[in-house]
Design a protein around this ligand. Sequence first.
Ligand SMILES: *[C@@H]1O[C@H](CO)[C@@H](O)[C@H](O)[C@H]1NC(C)=O
Ligand SMILES: *[C@@H]1O[C@H](CO)[C@@H](O)[C@H](O)[C@H]1NC(C)=O
Ligand SMILES: *[C@@H]1O[C@H](CO)[C@@H](O)[C@H](O)[C@H]1NC(C)=O
Ligand SMILES: *[C@@H]1O[C@H](CO)[C@@H](O)[C@H](O)[C@H]1NC(C)=O
Ligand SMILES: *[C@@H]1O[C@H](CO)[C@@H](O)[C@H](O)[C@H]1NC(C)=O
Length: 475
Amino acid sequence: MIPIWGKKFWIYCILVAFFFLLVTLQVFLELGRFEKQKKARALLQDVQKHTESRPIGYTEKHNPHEVFDHGMNKYPIMLWWSPLTGESGRLGQCERGTCFFTINRTYYENPMTKAFLFYGTDFNIDNLPLPRKSYHEWALFHEESPKNNYKLFHPPAITLFNHTATFSQHSHLPLTSQYLENLQSLKSYQFMVPIQNKNMLRRRLAPLVYVQSDCDPPSDRDTYVGELMKFIAVDSYGDCLHNRDLPDQVNNPSSMDDAQFYRILAQYKFILAFENAVCDDYITEKLWRPLKLGVVPVYYGAPNVMDWLPSNKSAIVVNRFFSPRELAEHIKQMDTNDTLYMEYLEWKLQDRISNTKLVSAIRDRKWGVQDITQENYIDAFECMVCNKVWDNMHLKDKGLPAKQWKAESSHLNCPGPELFPFMPRHTSRSSMRDMWKPSFQQSRKEAKALRILVERNKNFTNQEFWNLVFKSGSE
Ligand SMILES: *[C@@H]1O[C@H](CO)[C@@H](O)[C@H](O)[C@H]1NC(C)=O
Ligand SMILES: *[C@@H]1O[C@H](CO)[C@@H](O)[C@H](O)[C@H]1NC(C)=O
Ligand SMILES: *[C@@H]1O[C@H](CO)[C@@H](O)[C@H](O)[C@H]1NC(C)=O
Ligand SMILES: *[C@@H]1O[C@H](CO)[C@@H](O)[C@H](O)[C@H]1NC(C)=O
Ligand SMILES: *[C@@H]1O[C@H](CO)[C@@H](O)[C@H](O)[C@H]1NC(C)=O
């Protein structure tokens, strides 16, 4: 009896252990693949934007090294510690002076190298520019979702930088409105469907539409939407919670141009606008698109979204509802009462954006979105750093003390991911859903280790870094 039971037990244990190993491996592989794809796409887009929208008067020299050598020791060097711009060297004219921008790391040794520019998504502990000399300013450009590179989101890491451009309104160059090209587009009637037509369309369409193909992100939106679906109908066209196919003429990548797709979305009364992460000021096209189309967004994401909405009655804010059931009740009420529904479109129909914070953010930003007459945000970031470096050089010439710059922890600050207490619709094999919390917790240790190693001010190996991360874990 006992030996047989014992043998069974051990076989069982080994099987369970093996299973866990497989699942973990699979999750890491998926995570890696996913991040890589996303990065490649993002980099490509940004570089395209960057090169397409160079404004008139922006100096572009074709033989950068020659030009630079002529003006040797004249221009401060801004060294991109990232392949982001792909520029081997370029003299750029900013308000306060000219700087030389390059991704060529041989300039690390050059005494004119005053600033290192980092791109958050590919910020890597490998090969940091150490030792960091006293005149080396570090600047971080990080416009992407908080889920890319968690370790930067903790005080020990973010405060290593002198300058920041992030989605946070507290950053030195806030990119909060990066997905909104202008206020005019918000007020547009181009795709708007009158309420009478929407009511007729309700015979074959759900009141709500959801289109998401990046499933199980840190915000756990698919779990919430899955629960909501128990109480109200949702047409879901994306990969996540898919229950409806796009019409044939659109259901093929080449014919799915934006306008055709927008026309489909615009037929709905409500669009589920759920961000992939929950973080103050992290607002994407998911919020702006429904507003542009004349559809009421049901928004989940930035807890401070009210700071950015065109008016205080332009979106249904999910956080205000106790449960998906309660939210569904509210939406049903609006669905059956046109007066209630139209109150949420009044700001558009009356051509009135009452949020002065939004208006001034768009008016005052020094960069454009899809606008070739303006600098893009990468150029604006480069010039922000270049200008600050020149300001300090001028102060030094006058014998005055340099101005100190330091990132605050508020420049990149997100609460850790939380799961909703509902059963997810489908527990996928390699659930990313369970990865975000441990990954965020570990990133806290990574941030601490990074801080210690950077302050030691010597280059370090991957091995040293991970040893430190796991040592601090066993404290
Ligand atoms: C990097 O710059 C050095 C001069 O500092 C130059 O000799 C080298 O060819 C450059 N490398 C690339 C890839 O442009
Ligand atoms: C919403 O805006 C209106 C007009 O701007 C204002 O009178 C009202 O007090 C605001 N309501 C809230 C809850 O902020
Ligand atoms: C619709 O909502 C408006 C505004 O709250 C209210 O005055 C009206 O009585 C409602 N109509 C119906 C049929 O419930
Ligand atoms: C940049 O940050 C470093 C580290 O915090 C600091 O030593 C240095 O003085 C800062 N430089 C400027 C110009 O503020
Ligand atoms: C630090 O950099 C030097 C010079 O590039 C290199 O020889 C050395 O191996 C590096 N040390 C570590 C720990 O990476």
